[in-house]
Design a protein around this ligand. Structure first.
Ligand SMILES: *Cc1c(COP(=O)(O)O)cnc(C)c1O
Length: 434
């Protein structure tokens, strides 16, 4: 029988890539009804991506915060290509390999505090899931009934169910709220509420862990808070035997000006989650690290005390090699200089526009700057302004994805002064025109 070609999704030469995309793809975080056509990207180089027609875009959001060294980095590409010819993947239970061990050996010493063990997964959400399981089972293995979790109100920790549960309730979680497990949410600390928060925490004796995005809540709207208050929260957690999980999925690898945001704290977390910038934005990989104190609570002759968790692509060698290459670049002095340069340029721009009538608020942490547009209404992810701003910057060849009325720049560290100035100028003209 002849195959019915009308039912087969083969590339239709009559259609361009955007039209073919519209027929077969469901995009993330996108209302597909009335969605703007998706722009076909054919190539990336440095901070730029290029579409089919050769139009150049500055990737000012590091492709959803993952790309720290620029696109198609030749050094990472070379290391990945070499590894592909040697070993693409192997099961990570019962077997190990050099890239996974070497990455753990190199990562652990540069993490804040004393982290002793690396558990590999394959993205930020799963790194968070593992961290939560480690904490909950840690107490269970010790025979203690501590099952509650503490988190920040506008937190974002990922899109799987556990990660969603510990994230703030929002339009993202609305359809699932009744199925998410109960979490104790607290406000971001400031000078007014810090003593209330610390005394509140001291009463949470049945709480297993506190999960937090250090210094800046990303998806929640680039909400920033001070290290000294976070330090006090961690101190209260330690006194109450609450384990602490730093979700550095977004903040890790230089984003906040230091290699890791928790470097700015005196108290160090028990567990750290990493992903996004880990592979330099090349491919997915997740890491959950912990102290020996936590690891040892799972050592037992009792099989039930095992951490039964793992993903098919756990510790993928190619992803580990990409991470090692990204680490080589990150640790170069010129990368740190670039981070400091971006940080200093943002600070000047902040001063320039902070008193503009349409700037409701402006804030900066390291290489991230966020501008809240005055709308007269409540700040909201669904703000119409968002679509206007998004299109305005795209037209100028800049990828900025506002979170509602909040515009933020979160660039690869290699972005030039000229490109930063071009983005700043575009934001200034948007302030006048929109
Ligand atoms: C993006 C993000 C996650 C989820 O990572 P994915 O790789 O998208 O699953 C978790 N935590 C934080 C802080 C993030 O920014």
């Amino acid at each position: 029988m002849m195959p019915d070609s009308s039912k087969r999704h083969t590339p239709d030469s009559q259609l361009n890539l955007t039209e073919r995309d519209q027929k077969v793809i469901w995009h993330p975080y996108t209302q597909m009804k009335n969605a703007l056509p998706h722009i076909p990207i054919v190539r990336g180089e440095g901070v730029y991506v290029f579409d089919e027609d050769g139009k150049r875009y500055i990737d000012a959001v590091s492709s959803w915060w993952v790309n720290i060294h620029g696109h198609s980095h030749p050094y990472i590409a070379q290391k990945v290509a070499e590894q592909l010819n040697v070993l693409e993947h192997v099961i990570f239970a019962g077997f190990t390999h050099e890239p996974a061990v070497l990455l753990a050996e190199r990562l652990l010493p540069i993490l804040p505090g004393k982290q002793d063990k690396v558990f590999y997964t394959d993205n930020g959400s799963t790194a968070v899931e593992v961290a939560l399981k480690m904490c909950l089972q840690y107490w269970d293995n010790k025979g203690r009934s501590k099952t509650r979790i503490l988190a920040f109100k506008n937190a974002y920790h990922g899109d799987t169910f556990g990660a969603m549960s510990v994230s703030g309730r929002s339009i993202f979680t609305d359809a699932f709220n009744s199925l998410l497990f109960d979490v104790e949410f607290i406000d971001l600390p400031n000078e007014n509420n810090i003593s209330y928060l610390t005394s509140h925490i001291s009463n949470l004796k049945d709480t297993a862990c506190f999960i937090f995005e250090p210094l800046i809540l990303g998806s929640g709207g680039m909400l920033m808070y001070e290290a000294k208050y976070l330090d006090q929260l961690l101190s209260a957690c330690k006194d109450t035997a609450i384990l602490t999980i730093a979700d550095e999925v977004m903040t890790g690898f230089g984003r906040t000006g230091t290699y890791f945001a928790c470097e700015k704290l005196t108290n160090k977390p028990d567990i750290i989650c990493l992903s996004k910038g880990l592979t330099g934005g090349t491919m997915p990989l997740g890491v959950t690290t912990c102290t020996n104190e936590i690891f040892e609570a799972f050592l037992s002759d009792d099989k039930l005390k095992t951490l039964y968790h793992g993903h098919s692509f756990t510790a993928n060698p190619i992803a580990c090699v990409a991470s090692l290459a990204s680490l080589d670049i990150l640790l170069k002095s010129e990368t740190l200089q670039n981070i400091k340069r971006v940080e200093a340029k943002h600070a000047v721009f902040l001063e320039e526009i902070k008193t503009h009538a349409k700037v409701k608020a402006i804030r900066q942490t390291g290489t991230i700057i966020a501008i809240e547009w005055e709308t007269g209404n409540e700040t909201s992810y669904l703000s119409n302004l968002r679509n206007l701003l998004y299109a305005y910057f795209l037209d100028k060849g800049i990828i900025l994805r506002p979170l509602g009325n909040i515009i933020y720049i979160l660039p690869p560290y290699v972005i030039s002064d000229e490109d930063l100035d071009y983005i700043y100028a575009a934001i200034k003209s948007a302030l006048e025109e929109i």
